[in-house]
Design a binder for this molecule. Structure first.
Ligand SMILES: *[C@@H]1O[C@H](CO)[C@@H](O)[C@H](O)[C@H]1NC(C)=O
Ligand SMILES: *[C@@H]1O[C@H](CO)[C@@H](O)[C@H](O)[C@H]1NC(C)=O
Length: 362
């Protein structure tokens, strides 16, 4: 390229004449602690991960609010689509051009239902996350104009992770919880799925056109449940039953929505299978254990919170679980690898690499 052409290109880039389409696609994240990048840091809540040893393996080696020793699932998806990690929507740094990268609206402790996670006091319930998404769009309208903003949202990738807390932090939170007196488990699951359908339909109304929807993992097999309910280190039967009811109905609901829309907007990620691979056979994935959390106390390090006073493993890469509920960065990498290139057992109706090829061509 001649020096003149190069200078011209620099000018075009710097005045933004090449437009936002030249950047990586935007990424929006909704849901719970599995995908929260730090919104709860800005809230008066007990559901937080903003003190050590959280973040011990993050590039800064400091806590960020992510429920991980290092990167979480959205960070690793951002990496794969060539984007910066999404900033929490409540971060004061999320202004100007940084809005074009997308935003993370997730909040640890939330569920599909409003009453899920009530004990955490101030969390951003899913309805509020969607309201913030609308507010975000107003801000982007002001920045690049309505037409460009709409295109940015339509072309974006979206991730939503909900459901686990509706069991762990609601139905099974205490014996004889209000929801467990109201519903038998199969009826509760039907209710959850009907409410989740409304949430996904609303996301579509708000402009989302490619949405990864993760099912729940093996809820009964996390160190917290092994410690509280498991017998001899076996996964909790009740929580596994809940997940086994929820996940297939989620896939059916997604198929129904896509059918109505006439397009594969929603893509189901089989988080159950992705997790079970290393939970059932940790050694094959380079883990020494999938039962004991790296950070925690009590049996399986599964009791209470991960704090500076907890047991802490020296090498986080050989533990499938970082804390009593959340996978380690290495486990998150295995999960995201399947999201990107897993076959139909993991991703339905297609994986993220297929999505990126399809969307690149249109
Ligand atoms: C949850 O709360 C929001 C805001 O108060 C409300 O609009 C919505 O209808 C509630 N959802 C359910 C299922 O009750
Ligand atoms: C998923 O991605 C890989 C590329 O990494 C591709 O070869 C494969 O066919 C895809 N599977 C499905 C079911 O789309």
């Amino acid at each position: 390229m001649s020096p003149l052409a190069f200078t011209l290109l620099l000018i075009l880039v710097s005045i933004g004449a090449l437009g936002p389409t030249e950047a990586a696609r935007a990424f929006f994240v909704f849901g719970d602690s599995l995908v929260d990048n730090g919104n709860n840091n800005y809230l008066l809540t007990t559901a937080r991960a903003d003190s050590p040893p959280y973040g011990i393996d993050y590039p800064t080696h400091r806590p960020t609010g992510r429920f991980s020793n290092g990167l979480n699932i959205p960070d690793l998806i951002s990496e794969r689509i060539g984007s910066e990690p999404t900033l929490p929507y409540l971060s004061p740094e999320l202004t100007g051009e940084r809005l074009l990268v997308g935003a993370n609206f997730a909040s640890a402790g939330v569920g599909i239902l409003n009453d899920t996670g009530f004990q955490f006091v101030n969390i951003i319930r899913i309805g509020k996350q969607l309201e913030y998404f609308q507010q975000y769009q107003q801000r982007v309208n002001a920045l690049i104009g309505e037409e460009q903003a709409e295109r940015l949202v339509n072309q974006a990738l979206v991730l939503i992770t909900l459901g686990g807390n509706d069991f762990v932090n609601n139905y099974y939170l205490v014996p004889f919880s209000a929801r467990s007196r109201q519903f038998a488990l199969p009826d509760y699951v039907v209710y959850l799925i009907s409410e989740y359908r409304k949430i996904l339909a609303r996301l579509y109304e708000l402009g989302a056109r490619r949405v990864l929807v993760t099912g729940t993992g093996p809820l009964g097999c996390v160190p917290a449940e092994l410690a509280q309910r498991g017998i001899n280190g076996q996964c909790s039967v009740e929580l596994q039953r809940a997940a086994a009811l929820f996940n297939p109905q989620l896939v059916d609901m997604i198929n129904g929505l896509n059918g109505e829309i006439g397009s594969d907007v929603f893509v189901a990620a089989n988080a159950m299978q992705m997790n079970l691979d290393f939970v059932n056979n940790p050694q094959a994935y380079g883990f020494v254990t999938s039962k004991v959390a790296c950070c925690g106390q009590g049996p399986y390090n599964g009791i209470g919170l991960c704090t500076v006073l907890s047991n802490l493993c020296p090498n986080r890469d050989v533990y499938a679980f970082w804390d009593p509920f959340h996978p380690s960065e290495r486990a998150n990498r295995i999960i995201v690898q399947q999201i990107v290139s897993g076959d139909s057992k993991y991703m339905h109706p297609m994986n993220l690499s297929t999505i990126m090829e399809l969307d690149f061509m249109t």
